[in-house]
Design a protein around this ligand. Structure first.
Ligand code: GLU
Length: 500
């Protein structure tokens, strides 16, 4: 029997997501329980969206929560490099191998031609799987076009009809019609692989025996199984974990439930509690207990007991569990130390005091004036966000656009925060003073507060953004229609970099 090797393969394109920690946890448990290895691989082939900062944040967040990996970009290992952007030459070779075997082909079609094919397929009522009517060009034509330097991609061939039987550890055999499966691009025109090629090649070269990942990937699995077959490799066992859900059972989303691990850290959740809680997503301890350590979970874990019922990520339950950890696991000294690390440390307290000194008459005013720096999400009602100079729709729109704009502020300085908000105010044609009032309320819980941009810098990006989203939630916005219209407006806004 091959030694068990599992992996987590995050794409560094945004804040570290609780869903990544959840899947990583189950992979680590499975590997360790079988005396195997758990690997972390960075899937950064999307050069447009991947950032070094996001990668660093993912690694930090997963370590903070208490996960450890045996191989990865930061710890090394025998199967490196563990960052796909450093493995480009490997994928090209494998894509070429498939072309040579006649299992993949060069495609020179322009975006316009592809669109026309898509449109034609739509009018004919064909299934969504993207197929080209006549994929193969004569070898001489291919050679001539390659020699002429024509832009091209490499696509995989897929059966036009029949059914793919996807074997899933938790679901048994899942039938997916080949008609729904795209003639997937394997190698893009920039020479970099798509997720599908890189993922399969790396799982093979890294000796991954079990692919435990979110169920959103199940529809991609026919392509992956087929690639293993084309290469003549043994496929790993696939196990698609149920997606985390909001309490209303929709897929866990930022709009309804904070998803960034950094938010939970900043709110004052303990990593042990969060990790424990994630262990209860789709799985339960055999004796039904709610509180268990990672070691206990590894000892008792049984992947076949994962239930597919859509685990609900419930803030109230997590909060309750966190309270238990604070009460039952921390000595008075640990509690004090944990709080110090969280926000009761000198740099943070000094930053707060600096901002509130001018508003304090008695030293005892400090607790009240400094409250906003130590609280989580303010208690708000829609009335608190009712403004005389703005309609509630305008308030919602400016909060939403600000939240989106602040999501892409990588370097969280006052200048950059001001710039992002000012661009939105100008685009919406609202005077900055009026524009800032709802922001004050969302961040501070009231319109009377110290300078709010300084406060946002001190609070940091995760809590600041979460408070804006929380205010939107209080307003029950956006509706689907609003989200669409606001997104459109947002896309037209020009965020020039802060001028030097
Ligand atoms: N890079 C993919 C992601 O971001 C990995 C999916 C997989 O595990 O195959 O989730």
């Amino acid at each position: 029997m091959k030694p068990v090797r599992t992996r987590i393969a995050p794409s560094p394109t945004g804040d570290p997501h609780v869903g990544t920690a959840y899947i990583a946890l189950f992979n680590q448990c499975f590997a360790k329980q079988h005396g195997g290895q758990f690997i972390l691989r960075i899937e950064d082939t999307d050069q447009q969206r991947s950032t070094v900062a996001a990668e660093a944040a993912i690694l930090r967040a997963l370590r903070w929560i208490g996960l450890t990996w045996d191989e990865g970009p930061d710890v090394g290992g025998d199967c490196g490099p563990y960052r796909q952007s450093e493995r480009a030459h490997i994928y090209q070779q494998y894509a070429q191998q498939l072309v040579d075997k006649g299992l993949a082909f060069y495609c020179f079609r322009t975006p316009e031609e592809l669109n026309a094919i898509r449109e034609a397929r739509k009018t004919e009522g064909l299934t969504p799987g993207f197929k080209l009517p006549d994929p193969e060009l004569a070898p001489e034509t291919v050679q001539a076009r390659l020699a002429a330097g024509d832009p091209h991609v490499i696509r995989m061939k897929v059966p036009m009809s029949g059914t793919c039987l996807v074997k899933d550890r938790l679901r048994g055999v899942v039938e997916i019609p080949w008609a729904q499966v795209d003639m997937q691009i394997l190698l893009k025109s920039d020479g970099l692989p798509t997720y599908h090629l890189a993922n399969v090649v790396d799982d093979h070269l890294m000796g991954i025996t079990h692919v435990i990942r979110g169920e959103e990937w199940i529809n991609s699995t026919p392509k992956h199984q087929l690639l293993y077959e084309y290469f003549g490799w043994e496929a790993p066992e696939f196990c698609h974990m149920p997606l985390l859900r909001n309490p209303d059972k929709s897929k866990l989303s930022k709009r309804k439930n904070p998803t960034s691990i950094l938010f939970y850290q900043r709110m004052g959740y303990l990593p042990q509690a969060l990790l424990n809680y994630l262990g209860m997503m789709g799985w339960s301890f055999p004796d039904g207990r709610d509180k268990f350590t990672l070691e206990e979970m590894i000892a008792e874990f049984d992947v076949d007991r994962v239930s597919l019922g859509g685990p609900v990520f419930d803030q109230d339950k997590l909060r309750w569990l966190n309270g238990r950890y604070i009460r039952e696991n921390l000595s008075a000294a640990d509690f004090a130390q944990t709080l110090k690390e969280w926000a009761f440390n000198e740099p943070y307290v000094n930053a707060v005091l600096e901002q509130i000194q001018s508003r304090v008459e008695l030293l005892s005013d400090v607790a009240d004036k400094g409250r906003l720096f130590f609280m989580g999400l303010p208690e708000l009602t829609p009335d608190d966000l009712a403004m005389s100079a703005l309609s509630s729709e305008q308030v919602g729109e400016l909060l939403q656009l600000s939240a989106w704009a602040l999501e892409s502020v990588a370097d969280w300085t006052k200048e950059n925060v001001y710039h992002a908000l000012n661009c939105i105010a100008q685009a919406l044609d609202i005077r900055m003073k009026v524009f800032m009032t709802p922001i004050f309320v969302a961040i501070a819980g009231s319109s009377v507060a110290p300078p709010i941009m300084d406060a946002m810098v001190t609070l940091g990006p995760d809590l600041s953004r979460a408070r804006l989203r929380h205010a939107l939630k209080v307003l029950a916005m956006p509706s689907k229609k609003q989200a669409k219209a606001w997104q459109k407006c947002f896309e037209t806004i020009d965020f020039n970099p802060v001028s030097a």
